[in-house]
Write a protein that binds this ligand. Sequence first.
Ligand code: MF3
Ligand code: CO
Length: 258
Amino acid sequence: MIPLKNPEAIKRMRESCSIAATVLARLKEQVRPGITTYDLDQIGRDLIASFGARSACHGYQLHSRRYPAYTCLSVNEEVVHGIGSLKRILRDGDVISLDVVVEYNGYIGDNALTVPVGTIAPRTAELLQVTEEALALGIKQAVPGNRIGDIAHAVQSFVESHGFSVVREMVGHGVGRAMHEEPQIPNFGRKGTLEKIKPGMTLAIEPMVNLGRHEVRSLSDGWTVVTADGSPSAHFEHTVLTTDSGPEILTVPRPASD
Ligand code: MF3
Ligand code: CO
C-alpha cells in the first residue's frame, strides 16, 4: 500500500522537507578543500538541531547495525552512506555527495546533492550535471496517471545516453512518517511498468550515477557503498509531492531570513 497524504500530512511534509533543504543548502556552503568530513557532519548535526529537528540517519537501523553519523557524506568513488571521518580531508578536485534526512513533527524530509571541491575534471563535472538533470527529468514524470517505471525509464535513458551508468542496488522511495515507504523507485526500468502514480504521494526520487560501470560494493564499515571500478559517483535527490497540477518539489530551502 502506498500511503496517500492528507492536507495535514502534506503541511507537515512541507515543514520537514524545507528544513532538510535548508540544512543541505547551508552544509553545501561549508564544503571546501581542507575540511574533514567529520567536521561537515558535525556542522550538519548542529544545523539540524537549530531547526528543532532530528537526523533520521543517526541511529537508523539496517541489518542490526545503527548508522553512527548525522548526515551521509560520500566522497569520489563513494556512492552513498559515507560516514564522516577525521581522516577524510577534502582536497581540490574531489566531489562530495551530501545526503540530509530530517524528521520534524513526525514527518521526514529527504534530499541530497553532489558538489565539486575546488576544480574538478571536465568529465566529472559532466557527471554532476547529467545526474542533476536526470533527477529533473525523473521528477517531470511524477504525474498522476503515469507509473513509477516512467520515472525509472526517464532517468536511465538520459544517463546512459551520456555514457554514464545508473546504480541498481539502491533505489528511491516513498517517504512520510517513515524514511522508506512504498513504492520503491528504481533509476532503471521500462515505461508503463510498476505502480500507478496518484495525487498525494510523497516520493524521494534519487538517481545515483557512476562515471564508469554500474556495479557497486560495500566497505567493511557496513555502510559505505563504493563503485566497484573506483570511478566517481554522483547523487541528487528531492522529495516530491504528486498533485493533479503536476509534481511539486517539497525540498526547497527557506528564505535566508529564517
Ligand atoms: N537518502 C538515504 C536513503 O534514502 C538516506 C539514508 S540514511 C542512513 O536511504 F541512515 F542510511 F544513512
Ligand atoms: Co532517500
